[in-house]
Design a protein around this ligand. Structure first.
Ligand SMILES: [Zn+2]
Length: 412
């Protein structure tokens, strides 16, 4: 058996940074290199049908060990790392027996992991922590999930006495650029549900995500030579600025909300006198709350236009993803089995709402209910990313326990 730590230390050295400027599938060739090596490793463990498909998705099957009619379940992790941070030449460092000391990352002495800055470190005393060396991300998001799933697969293959149904594993590219579910073949995967391993602290289980829309406001003005513009020019940049000023500041913003509150967030503006486009993301846990926020935004845009006679605004709304809870509430056994498995591993179940989306948000609506389990990741997309060996081992235990619980709860 290869330990989950050894596997993880090996995986983070693959450069699998995804690229949202690329149109290829997967977006970067490094992901395919890693995926092909994963297939070889899964075959070596004994998973006979391990394969990578034409879009760079890896799947494999752990055969059933029971006579019971257990529905097939899946475990999914993504192989890419965030395009926001360098992901090549990652040099993982194991800091043994963490005692609360400052962890100074050697390649940049200003990169220091301090207990005072990160409350989650208080739960890690005595654990072995892994970081990068200060100039790159670590890639625990989500190579921890990959390492945990492969390690659990090896454990189940070498312990056929553990009763479980068919278990499928899936490794996806391009999650960090929002394309992870795009080419996922749910029908071929053939599972009643799946669990992504892509969460934070041990014990966490996430089955609620934002519902998300994109709003595009196009303000139309009128451009003419500025030397002779009196009484003629209508500057769309100024109308858009007026609109931005009218947005609520003390509420409904990313800067002023947390927990279960949603927001409206202008994040891109393409400016011109004749035409200025403002893009906003709209977020709410309650899908019906999106329309309320969109009506507010559209109303403010129309107020800004009304203050500049002769201008107008076009409003377009595009659906991005929906709160997976709407699907998971119809399949309560999916979350219940995960909760039971986490408790069995001696952990307290911590339920969190994801203030964003996961591949699971999309997959759930594609017919594969997919909550998110903890993988032990912390400081996502940062050079101060860290993870503990002990949390990864717990995640492996939880995967095995989920398989057992599904078997126990199935009929003969
Ligand atoms: Zn992730």
């Amino acid at each position: 058996m290869t330990s989950v730590l050894d596997r993880f230390l090996r995986y983070v050295q693959y450069d699998t940074r995804s690229d949202d400027g690329s149109t290829s599938v997967p977006s970067t060739p490094g992901q395919l290199v890693f995926q092909r090596d994963l297939v070889a490793e899964l075959r070596a463990i004994g998973l006979e049908d391990a394969a990578v498909d034409g879009n760079g998705y890896v799947t494999a099957t752990i055969p059933s060990t029971t006579k019971k009619a257990v529905p097939a379940i899946g475990f999914i992790a993504h192989v890419d790392t965030s395009p926001e941070m360098p992901g090549a030449d990652v040099k993982p460092i194991v800091h043994a027996k963490y005692d609360g000391r400052d962890l100074v990352l050697p390649d940049d002495p200003t990169a220091v992991l301090r207990l005072a800055d990160f409350a989650a470190l208080a739960d890690q005393i005595g654990h072995d922590l892994v970081t990068a060396s200060g100039t790159t991300l670590l890639g625990a998001d989500d190579k921890a999930g990959v390492a945990e799933i492969v390690t659990a697969a090896e454990y189940l293959m070498s312990h056929p006495e553990i009763p479980h149904g068919v278990v499928r594993v899936g490794f996806t590219p391009d999650e960090e650029i929002g394309r992870g579910a795009n080419h996922f073949d749910v029908a071929r995967f053939g599972c009643v549900c799946a669990y992504t391993l892509d969460g934070g602290s041990r014990g966490e289980l996430e089955f609620e995500s934002f519902s998300a829309d994109l709003m595009t406001l196009t303000f139309h003005g009128f451009n003419t030579h500025p030397g002779y513009a009196k009484g003629k020019m209508i500057n769309a940049i100024k109308i858009a600025a007026d609109f931005i000023q009218r947005l609520p500041h003390e509420r409904l913003s990313p800067e002023t909300t947390d927990g279960h509150e949603g927001f409206v967030h202008p994040y891109v503006q393409q400016s011109g006198v004749d035409r200025t486009v403002v893009k906003l993301i709209i977020r709410d846990f309650d899908t019906s709350g999106l329309a309320v926020k969109e009506a507010l935004v559209a109303g403010l845009a129309h107020d800004a236009v009304a203050a500049s006679p002769g201008s107008r605004v076009d409003v377009a709304i595009d659906e991005q993803y929906r709160n997976m809870r709407a699907v998971l509430d119809k399949h309560p056994e999916v979350v219940a089995c995960a909760q039971e498995a986490i408790r069995r591993c001696g952990l307290t179940v911590v339920t969190r709402s994801i203030r964003g989306g996961t591949d699971g948000s999309r997959l759930s609506f594609m017919g594969l209910p997919t909550p998110n389990l903890f993988a032990g990741e912390h400081n996502f997309h940062s050079r101060l990313e860290w993870i503990s060996r002990q949390d990864m081992e717990k995640a492996v235990d939880v995967i095995v326990a989920v398989c057992r619980v599904w078997e126990e709860r199935s009929a003969l």
